[in-house]
Design a binder for this molecule. Structure first.
Ligand SMILES: Nc1nc2c(ncn2[C@@H]2O[C@H](COP(=O)(O)OP(=O)(O)OP(=O)(O)O)[C@@H](O)[C@H]2O)c(=O)[nH]1
Length: 204
């Protein structure tokens, strides 16, 4: 059984809860409690594998001040970073979140998990009030090596499901890559013995 942990981050009102609830229940409710943080759990099957998924939906984070994110960075296997296309300040906040995640990956040399981040421009139905261009979102995602889409939690059920599914698949791929890169104990010991004694025998 795979345990996957996903954090949905972004500024106040960007639509973190709307996206999460849409994915988990297929429904758009309209108003969501914003004063409490939630960890939703869901048991589901992806590509024939059973998964236990936890999604962290925090209450609003401060727009000012230093972003710590230390707990989230330790906890999560992947991130959905949400901004509202009709709110430029939310885009600036999403940018700061991406930089913080990138810096922590660079510090830990965690190259394989870098791409388990999805940047989402939400509220595409409000494009008449648009303050952030599609190309700006796309460029920010490319600069930070993450996936990107614009959608509307209010109107696009299938797009929301597809976005979450993509980021979960990326997490699973990263798990597999990590497994491959870590040699098994007996194999690496055999290699070590072979290197030592093999070389010695040659020199006699
Ligand atoms: N028009 C439109 N409104 C949306 C969309 N997604 C969310 N909203 C609305 O935006 C408001 C904020 O949505 P939430 O999901 O509570 O946002 P949040 O990021 O969880 O907000 P906090 O919990 O305060 O951090 C609500 O009134 C939602 O109905 C969308 O795609 N289109």
């Amino acid at each position: 059984m795979n345990e996957l942990k996903l954090a949905v981050l972004g500024s106040r009102g960007a639509g973190k809860s709307a996206l999460t609830v849409r994915f988990l229940t297929r429904r758009f409710i309209g108003e969501y409690a914003s004063n409490s943080e939630c960890i939703y759990t869901k048991h589901f099957c992806l590509d024939g594998r059973q998964m236990n998924l936890e999604i962290y939906d925090p209450c609003s984070q401060p727009r000012q001040g230093k972003l710590s994110l230390t707990d989230e960075l330790h906890w999560a296997d992947g991130f959905v970073i949400v901004y509202d296309i009709s709110d430029r300040a939310s885009f600036a906040f999403a940018k700061a979140l991406l930089y913080r995640i990138r810096d922590s990956h660079l510090a830990a040399c965690k190259r394989v998990v870098e791409s388990a981040v999805f940047l989402v421009g939400n509220k595409q139905d409000l494009c008449h009030l648009r303050e952030v261009g599609w190309d700006e979102g796309q460029k920010l995602a490319m600069d930070n090596k993450c996936q990107f889409c614009e959608l509307s939690a209010a109107e696009h059920c299938q797009e929301v499901i597809t976005m979450f599914t993509k980021v979960l698949r990326t997490i699973i791929t990263n798990f597999k890559l990590k497994e491959k890169r870590r040699p098994s104990g007996s194999k690496s010991m055999a290699k070590l013995i072979n290197n030592m004694f093999g070389k010695r025998r040659k020199s006699v």
